[in-house]
Design a protein around this ligand. Structure first.
Ligand code: PMP
Length: 413
């Protein structure tokens, strides 16, 4: 097959060479990794940074006076600066390292919730939220008496913006929503939503876990108040993530956890807290993870992102067209603006059976509810199969997916 114009511009084989795991052959077949929305693979630079840290830089941060502790502290703070650059935050103080996107959202629910949300105040969510942007708010509702409102999703998998306009009132104190849906692939019009929310006096938290691997997130341009990032989904290590928070908020928010590293002074009578971001980083932080994540941020900054994005768009268009040749297959999520995430059902087989047959061909997809049960209920489903792409995937892998899907029909019909 002739390479397409985008593949000529975006050298996918060169990029693939940066990801050692893509050379695996599960069950004797070339790995076709299409489970990127669950966790993305890591470039060699990230793996090397972790190895280097443990081999020659490892110590705890911010405590020691010795060589290694200073080195580890420098590397950790340098990683914070790399994340600041990637997200275009004004100040590195606005970058809090967390254990993931879930942890970042819980931080906001607990800390922002404690000070800025009163009984009866409304938090606006959407029907396409990941459980990690639903459950923390329900816990706060049960604790503090806030009211949750939910923006519905259309049949195409887009937000019902007319209903959003109705639900956004002077009672709304926070809009907490996903930037990009991990199940539908929908890219929400967040800039417009943020402007409207601010005009009504509501702050905005964006769950950018699925956006970060596909879009440039410029928090100043978007104007969001908070953004949650999952390290492992943007080609970084597991166990680390970021909360971006505007300094005006973080400076006024109380710590959500107490312990070492987050204090100025402690007596049994009274403790005073460190400034942000340390105030929100109690205990030993994920030092190696943060350093690895900084490397992933550099990798993304050095990538020809425009070419990578158009390669992804081409993969999505090709995959969407090709899976439609599979009898009985129905795509869930047909928004006009999508990242390459393709969820679907098949008449012939349950999503788990689809996943199992595909695994036999070396094709890794996800089957289940993808932590979006309310969204699946909206579509009358308990689960879907999901093929999710990254910039290192290629057209031949779409062909492998589609050929394996035809085999599913042969096995089950
Ligand atoms: N939000 C979305 C949209 C996600 O896709 C995920 C990860 N699947 C999360 C939040 C949770 O992120 P983490 O794994 O970092 O806790």
């Amino acid at each position: 097959m002739q390479p397409t114009s985008t593949e000529l511009r975006f050298d996918v084989e060169k990029v693939r060479a940066d990801f050692p795991i893509l050379g695996l052959r599960p069950h004797g077949k070339p790995l076709v990794y299409l489970d990127n929305a669950a966790s993305a693979q890591k470039p060699r630079a990230v793996i090397e940074a972790l190895r280097r840290f443990y081999e020659s830089e490892n110590a705890n941060v911010h405590r020691g006076v010795h060589y290694l502790s200073q080195l580890a502290s420098e590397r950790y703070e340098a990683a914070r600066e790399k994340l600041r650059r990637l997200l275009n935050a004004r100040d590195a103080r606005e970058i809090v390292f967390t254990s993931g996107a879930t942890d970042a959202i819980n931080l906001v629910a607990t800390s922002f919730g404690q000070v800025f949300l009163k009984p009866g105040d409304e938090v606006l969510l959407t029907q396409m939220e990941h459980h990690s942007n639903i459950v923390p708010w329900q816990m706060l509702r049960d604790r503090a008496g806030i009211v949750l409102r939910v923006v519905p999703v259309t049949d195409a998998g887009e937000l019902d913006l007319a209903t959003f306009d109705q639900l956004l009132t002077e009672r709304t104190k926070l809009v907490a929503m996903v930037h990009v849906s991990n199940t539908l692939g929908t890219v929400n019009p967040v800039k417009q939503i943020i402007a409207k929310s601010h005009a009504r006096g509501a702050a905005v938290l964006l769950d950018c876990a699925q956006a970060a691997p596909h879009l440039r997130i410029d928090v100043q341009d978007l104007g969001c108040d908070f953004a949650a990032i999952a390290g492992h989904k943007m080609f970084g290590p597991t166990g680390v993530g970021v909360l971006y928070g505007r300094a005006e908020w973080l400076d006024r928010m109380p710590p959500h956890r107490g312990g070492g590293n987050m204090i100025k002074s402690v007596t049994f009578e009274k403790t005073t807290y460190a400034d942000a971001p340390a105030r929100f980083e109690a205990g030993t932080p994920p030092i190696a993870g943060a350093i690895g994540l900084g490397e992933a941020a550099d990798y993304l900054m050095n990538l020809d992102f425009a070419a990578a994005t158009s390669h992804e768009a081409e993969l999505l268009a090709y995959a969407t067209e090709q899976v439609r040749t599979v009898p009985g297959l129905r795509i869930i999520g047909t928004a006009a603006d999508k990242v390459p995430v393709l969820s679907f059902t098949m008449d012939a087989a349950h999503p788990h059976d689809i996943g199992q047959v595909l695994d036999g061909y070396g094709v890794a997809i996800r089957a289940g509810h993808h932590c979006t049960q309310p969204l699946h209920q909206r579509f009358g489903l308990a689960s879907t199969a999901r093929a999710s792409f990254a910039f290192y995937n290629k057209r031949e892998e779409v062909d492998a997916l589609v050929s394996a899907l035809h085999h599913v029909n042969e096995v089950f019909v």
